[in-house]
Write a protein that binds this ligand. Structure first.
Ligand SMILES: *Cc1c(COP(=O)(O)O)cnc(C)c1O
Length: 419
């Protein structure tokens, strides 16, 4: 079988194609193809053969614990809307009011005509929940990661990155031009060895990690990472995308969960998961945020977040702070599902999880697709996650605060049937 490049590791920002490459290729290459796009069909065929082909699925209803998927009502275990806020009346009202007052678009980049008071309100709310000096709102979490990483490290620097990090951290690392070393997932011993051997050869060093690993559901060993960062004078970027609103006493995330609030580090995250909106952020010291406003190209050269998205995220943060019972219900649901699975399906191969993301492993992409299809036929939406997104195929279940006991019981009953 042909090797398929991993999307995680392939650079989307090719630096090839300069004049020198062209001259060399001309001497050695076979005749040029008549159709320069002719490679597309065979490449797609290769993806199909490996059962790695993906396509979109249409949701025809409002977001929620149940949704209509291609005409069928299903229980939704595929959403990042952990607190059920994406369909919340208060977010919708805030978004509509913002549209009525400010229109639909921000009309420019933040440094030109795209800045509104709403943006600043949201940044202050993020800094307040994270207990950092300041925060900066980006147009997506992906852009926040690209912008933060490329601004704070460059060619003379070293990045150490967890193997299971999100694509946005990996591509941010590549785009920065720094030397990038991936360490095995959460392996502090290997990380420490790299640091001892290589740290002194570089100007700055940055450790990159997800806090909740998005496709596995486990947590990074944050206190130990902070100690290593301290020992070897490294910056630390922690991606709180799946933790914000979910973990920690006040919903501030994994940093709060581990009692590390106030430590020197850079938190990035998204407004699009538990916060039910769209956009991303960096929360850090005022000096770092001030630097990003001057140097983060994915913030400077892109349009400010829309008024509707900004207002919805702001409303969501207030709800996270004022309604801890939503988070408590989410964790009750997690415990309920884990207990049911343990009692009724003790042989299911669950990945270690400390979050509302629960995965069970399957031997191949084909098996995962089959299980996903069987679940769906039985009214359960829980997608198969396959390479190249992850190294091993699995069904990924994410819980919401708005799932009812009956939803979780149905999931377990269907799993019992198909396993
Ligand atoms: C979803 C996600 C992102 C990207 O956030 P968007 O706002 O959707 O662009 C970044 N990092 C992690 C770990 C994520 O899970």
């Amino acid at each position: 079988m042909k090797a398929i490049p991993h999307s995680h590791s392939a650079t989307p920002f090719s630096t090839r194609g300069c004049a020198n490459d062209y001259a060399q290729d001309k001497l050695t290459a076979s005749p040029l193809p008549t159709d320069p796009y002719a490679w597309l069909e065979p490449s797609l065929a290769t993806i199909h053969r490996a059962d790695w082909y993906r396509s979109v699925q249409t949701i025809q209803s409002r977001p929620g614990a149940t949704v209509v998927l291609a005409g069928q009502e299903v229980i939704n275990f595929a959403s990042n809307d952990y607190l059920g806020l994406a369909g919340d009346q208060r977010l919708k009202a805030a978004a509509t009011a913002a549209i009525a007052e400010f229109g639909t678009g921000s009309t420019g980049s933040r440094l030109l005509s795209g800045h509104r008071e709403l943006h600043r309100d949201l940044e202050e709310a993020i800094a307040s929940i994270k207990q950092t000096e300041d925060a900066l709102v980006f147009s997506s979490g992906y852009l926040a990661n690209l912008g933060a990483i490329t601004a704070i490290v460059g060619k003379r620097d070293l990045i150490l990155s967890d193997q299971y990090n999100h694509s946005s951290l990996k591509n941010g690392a590549i785009l920065s031009g720094a030397a990038v070393v991936e360490y095995p997932h959460c392996d502090l011993a290997v990380l420490k060895t790299h640091l001892s051997q290589q740290r002194q050869n570089y100007r700055r060093c940055l450790i990159l990690t997800d806090s909740v690993f998005s496709m596995d559901g486990d947590l990074c060993p944050l206190p130990a990472l902070l100690d290593l960062a301290d020992e070897f004078s490294c910056m630390l970027v922690v991606d709180e995308a799946h933790a914000t609103g979910v973990l920690g006493k006040t919903g501030a995330g994994c940093v709060e969960h581990f009692g590390c609030t106030g430590k020197q580090l850079v938190q990035v995250g998204t407004l699009s998961k538990a916060l039910g909106s769209l956009g991303g952020y960096v929360a850090a010291s005022s000096a770092l945020i001030d630097f990003l406003r001057n140097r983060a190209s994915t913030w400077i050269y892109t349009t400010g977040l829309s008024p509707a998205d900004t207002a919805a995220a702001l409303a969501a943060i207030k709800i996270v702070q004022q309604e801890p019972q939503r988070r408590a219900q989410l964790w009750e649901n997690v415990d309920y599902l884990k207990n049911l699975l343990q009692q009724q399906l003790p042989n299911l191969k669950l990945l270690r999880s400390e979050s509302p993301i629960l995965c069970f492993q399957l031997p191949s992409a084909t098996d995962a697709l089959k299980a996903g299809k069987q679940l769906r036929d039985a009214g359960i939406f829980a997608p198969a996650i396959r390479p190249p997104t992850v190294p091993t195929s699995r069904i990924r279940i994410s819980l919401m605060a708005t799932h009812e006991a009956a939803h979780i019981e149905k999931l377990v009953a269907v799993l019992k049937d198909i396993c």
